[in-house]
Write a protein that binds this ligand. Structure first.
Ligand SMILES: Cc1cc2nc3c(=O)[nH]c(=O)nc-3n(C[C@H](O)[C@H](O)[C@H](O)COP(=O)(O)OP(=O)(O)OC[C@H]3O[C@@H](n4cnc5c(N)ncnc54)[C@H](O)[C@@H]3O)c2cc1C
Length: 406
C-alpha cells in the first residue's frame, strides 16, 4: 500500500495517471469509486488542507450532540492513503495549471498529470459589512471553522445570543442546533420567513411552528455593519440593520450561501461561470481536465446547473469514475437537499431560478407536499415535510412531467 510518504521528487503522469485536487467529500468519493473499478491505478490526491475525512453536513448538527471538531473527524490523510491505496499530499496548495503541458504547480513543486480532477469545493460567502467587528463574523463551512465556533462559545462560559445572517438551509440548521444546545438565536433574513427562496409560506410556517418551544426569533432585514460592543473580553457585537435598527449578539454567524472556488481554473484559461463549467460527463474546457463537487457547474440543454450537496457529488463521482475507467457515463441529476431539522425535516428540490409557475399545496400521508408547477403544468420542483425515501422517489419520478392541466 502507498502512503503519504511515497512521493517521487518530481512526480510525472507516469507516476500518477490520475491526480485529484482537493480532499473534501467529492475528492474522497471519487477515489473510493475509482478504487472499486481499478485496484491498481496510481492515484494522487493533492490538498491544501490536512486531508482529514469528515462529513461536512454534520457541521450544522454537531453542537447539540456535544461533538467537538475532533470527534467529527473520522480518519486522517495517512489512514485514508493506506485504506484506499492512494498517495495523498496534504498541506499542498495547487497554484497553477498548465493544461497544455499537463502539469500543475503546487507549493511543493510541479506535478505532471495524465488526467486531472478539480474537486476544489466552495467557500462561504461573506457579508459586506462596515465596522470594526466585520471580521469577527464567523462562517462554519469547514472543520477549522467549527473548531473556532466551539472555542468562542466555550470562552463565553454561558449560553450565548447568536445572530445568524441568512435563514436558508444552513442558517436554519445552525439555528435549531444552537437553540437545542441551550443558546438563544436570532435569524436575520431579508425575507420575512425562513427558507423563503426554497419553499412556499406554509412550509416555512410548519418549521416556525415546530420551533415554537425553542428560543429562535426571525428578524427581517440585512446586516450592514458590525461593531464591537460591551467589554473586550466578552466579544459582543452590535449589528446595524438596513432598516436602521440594531441587534446585539455575543456572536455572529454568516450563512448566506457559498461560492464555488473557480479562481484556479479561471487563471488556467478554463471556462467558468458561477462554477467551473463542465459538460454532462464532468469534462472541463481543456483536454483531460474534469471538475466535480461544489466547484463544478454543469452545462445542459436546460442551462447551467450547480449541483451542490452530498447525494449529487456521490452520483457525479460514480459517473466520473466510470468515465475515467473508459466507460463514458453522464452524470445523473440528484437535485434534492434536505433541511436536517430534527423537529421538522424538509426535503427541497428547488425549481431553476427564473422558472415561471406556482406552488400547489397538498396534504398527503401526514406530510405537507408542495409542488412547483410551471405555466405549462409541468412539475419543476417540490418540497415536502417529513420526507421518506419513497415519498421523495415518487416526486422525483414526476419531475419534468405534466402533473396539472394548465
Ligand atoms: C454547514 C453545512 C451543512 C451542509 N449540509 C448539507 C446537507 O445536509 N446535505 C447535503 O447534501 N449537503 C450539505 N452541505 C453541502 C456539502 O457538505 C457539500 O456539498 C460537500 O461537502 C462539498 O464537497 P466538496 O468536496 O465538493 O468540497 P469541499 O468540502 O469544499 O472540499 C474542497 C477541497 O478542495 C481543497 N482545495 C481547494 N482549493 C485548493 C487548491 N488550490 N489546492 C489544493 N486543494 C484545494 C480544500 O482544501 C478541500 O479539501 C452542507 C455544507 C455545509 C457547509
Amino acid at each position: 500500500m502507498m502512503t503519504i510518504q511515497h512521493v517521487p521528487a518530481r512526480p510525472s503522469a507516469r507516476d500518477f495517471p490520475i491526480v485529484i485536487v482537493g480532499a473534501g467529500m467529492a475528492a474522497y468519493a471519487l477515489a473510493r469509486e475509482l478504487r472499486k473499478r481499478d485496484r491498481d491505478i496510481p492515484l494522487l490526491l493533492v490538498t491544501a488542507d490536512a486531508g482529514t475525512v469528515y462529513a461536512k453536513p454534520m457541521l450544522s448538527n454537531a453542537l447539540a450532540a456535544g461533538r467537538d471538531a475532533e470527534r467529527l473527524a473520522s480518519a486522517g490523510a495517512a489512514e485514508m492513503a493506506a485504506v484506499l491505496g492512494i498517495t495523498i499530499l496534504p498541506h499542498t496548495r495547487v497554484t497553477g495549471i498548465d493544461t497544455a503541458a499537463h502539469v500543475i504547480d503546487t507549493t511543493q513543486g510541479p506535478i505532471g498529470y495524465g488526467r486531472l480532477v478539480l474537486a476544489l469545493g466552495a467557500g462561504a460567502r461573506r457579508p459586506q459589512l462596515q465596522g470594526d467587528a466585520a471580521h469577527d463574523v464567523l462562517a462554519v463551512d469547514h472543520l477549522e471553522g467549527y473548531a473556532l465556533l466551539r472555542q468562542r462559545l466555550d470562552a463565553l462560559g454561558r449560553p450565548a445570543h447568536v445572530a445568524i445572517l441568512g435563514a436558508g438551509l444552513a442558517g436554519c440548521e445552525f439555528a435549531e442546533d444552537f437553540a437545542a444546545a441551550g443558546h438563544r438565536v436570532t435569524l436575520v433574513e431579508p425575507a420575512r420567513r425562513p427558507l423563503a427562496q426554497l419553499v412556499p409560506p406554509p412550509l416555512s410556517l410548519a418549521l416556525l411552528r415546530a420551533w415554537r418551544a425553542l428560543p429562535i426569533a426571525v428578524r427581517q432585514g440585512s446586516a450592514v455593519a458590525a461593531r464591537r460592543a460591551g467589554a473586550a473580553d466578552t466579544g459582543g457585537v452590535r449589528l446595524q440593520l438596513d432598516d436602521g435598527g440594531t441587534l446585539d449578539a455575543d456572536l455572529v454567524l454568516a450563512a448566506i450561501g457559498s461560492r464555488p472556488n473557480v479562481a484556479l481554473a479561471r487563471e488556467a484559461g478554463l471556462a467558468t461561470a458561477r462554477g467551473i463549467l463542465v459538460d454532462g460527463y464532468g469534462r472541463a474546457g481543456a483536454p483531460d481536465v474534469y471538475a466535480l463537487g461544489d466547484c463544478a457547474e454543469y452545462e445542459s440543454g436546460a442551462g447551467q446547473l450547480l449541483r451542490p450537496g452530498v447525494a449529487a457529488l456521490q452520483a457525479a463521482a460514480r459517473a466520473l469514475a466510470a468515465t475515467l475507467c473508459g466507460m463514458p457515463t453522464p452524470v445523473e441529476d440528484e437535485p434534492v437537499l434536505t433541511l436536517k431539522s430534527p423537529l421538522c425535516p424538509i426535503a427541497v428540490c428547488a425549481p431553476a431560478p427564473g422558472t415561471h409557475g406556482e406552488w400547489q399545496l397538498a396534504h398527503e400521508d401526514q406530510r405537507s407536499v408542495a409542488r412547483f408547477v410551471d405555466d405549462g403544468g409541468v412539475l419543476r420542483g417540490f418540497a415536502l415535510t417529513r420526507p421518506t425515501p419513497a415519498a421523495r422517489r415518487a416526486l422525483m419520478a414526476q419531475l419534468d412531467r405534466v402533473v396539472a392541466v394548465a
